[in-house]
Design a binder for this molecule. Structure first.
Ligand code: ATP
Length: 357
């Protein structure tokens, strides 16, 4: 079931938490709302669920499968919810927690006991908790509790699944396992899902589409590849990973940053403008000799325990820089802390005042 949101604003007193959000979530996709704390992610999720209503003055529209649900209450929207804090019933075992939504249905809509048992067994298999159905929540790990919460949300066959930082309370390793598991689960059930996270790695790894939010607005929306490789703004560039920032000016259609000169095809539109050059740590290459057009720097620290080698440099002018090299390139270079080297961007993103180049 697709979701379409038009003109969604939300104020709490004087404070505007959402400012004119427009978003389409295609049927069957897993979409991440990504942004810093306070950017409006949870508020948007709550508006989709019907737990919060959008400001009426802007004529907001919320369509599920092209049907207007703006006036519909939470129950009739058919959404399943999973929150950061498990919110399982402590006095019920896993089986009963999952069965709950089916058991509380009005008699006419309630499945027979045998069907409930069948459905719960199917869900236990889906969330890989077979054999644990007799346990109580206190006898489960955090990751297991979240899988129960997900099974409970899925029991009533929601048309849309909403997840608010579902793995936020778990440690890093469990989070990583669970997000891969969520991706595989989604590939199996294909229910249109929106999940909130402030963790860019999580969003990029799990989602079909990523919606980057900032101050109540959507900064950019696209596939993980789109938002990562073609960030539409400085905010997105910064938010989606480490970057090195250089300041310079546009001269003759190029961004000139000290000794570095970077082509910027649209720079002619803004001669003399301030330019900011953003370079990801793995896009800075290291040269041992100054062949011109390079930036001099000194190696301060090398950290080689990991999948890449991380270098901390101080560029001329005492500007700290971060570089990531493959282990192969690092071995070729034979470099050590204290050595003077030169850097050059292989790839860069230039933002010229309000222009993106
Ligand atoms: P986080 O990652 O910290 O949960 P978020 O992006 O989900 O952040 P929201 O929870 O949507 O952000 O909140 C957006 C802004 O709206 C925040 O500044 C928050 O303080 C404010 N806000 C949210 N709910 C209310 C409320 N009921 N009353 C007043 N202000 C609220």
């Amino acid at each position: 079931m697709s979701i379409e949101l038009r003109n969604i604003s939300k104020s709490f007193g004087q404070f505007q938490a959402l400012r004119g959000v427009n978003l389409t979530v295609p049927d069957g996709q897993l979409v991440a709302l990504l942004g810093p704390s306070g950017s409006g992610k949870t508020t948007l999720l709550r508006v989709i669920a019907g737990l919060e209503s959008a400001d009426g003055a802007d004529k907001p529209e919320i369509l599920f499968h092209r049907q207007d649900v703006a006036g519909a209450d939470v129950r009739s929207r058919g959404v399943g919810f999973v929150f950061q804090h498990y919110a399982l019933f402590r006095h019920m075992n896993v089986f009963e927690n999952i069965a709950f939504g089916l058991r509380v249905r009005p008699r006419a809509a309630r499945p027979a006991e045998a069907q409930i048992r069948e459905r719960v067994r199917e869900l236990l298999r889906l969330v890989q908790l077979e054999g644990l159905e007799g346990r109580f929540p206190s006898q489960l790990s955090g990751g297991q509790r979240q899988r129960v919460a997900l099974a409970r949300a899925l029991a009533v066959e929601p048309k849309i699944l909403l997840l608010d930082e579902p793995f936020g309370a778990l440690d890093a390793r469990v989070r990583q396992d669970l997000r891969r598991w969520l991706r595989r689960l989604h590939d199996e059930i294909h229910v249109t899902s929106v999940f909130v996270t402030h963790d860019q790695e999580e969003a990029l790894e799990v989602a079909d589409r990523v919606v980057v939010m900032n101050k109540g607005r959507i900064e950019q929306e696209g596939t993980p590849d789109d938002v990562f490789h073609n960030p539409a703004s400085e905010f997105v560039m910064n938010f989606l990973g480490n970057v090195n920032l250089f300041h310079g000016r546009v001269e003759e259609g190029k961004a000139v940053l000290g000794s570095l000169v970077v082509d910027s095809p649209d720079g002619k539109k803004a001669p003399g403008a301030n330019a900011k050059l953003f370079v990801r740590p793995y896009d800075l290459d290291i040269r041992l000799e100054d062949t011109g057009g390079l930036l001099g720097a000194r190696i301060v620290r090398i950290q080689s325990a990991g999948s890449v080698v991380k270098l901390e440099l101080l560029a001329d002018g005492e500007k700290p820089l971060h570089v990531e090299l493959t282990h192969t390139r690092f071995r070729e270079l034979k470099i050590a802390p204290g050595r003077r080297i030169f850097v050059v961007p292989r790839d860069a993103r230039v933002f010229v005042e309000d222009y993106t180049i």
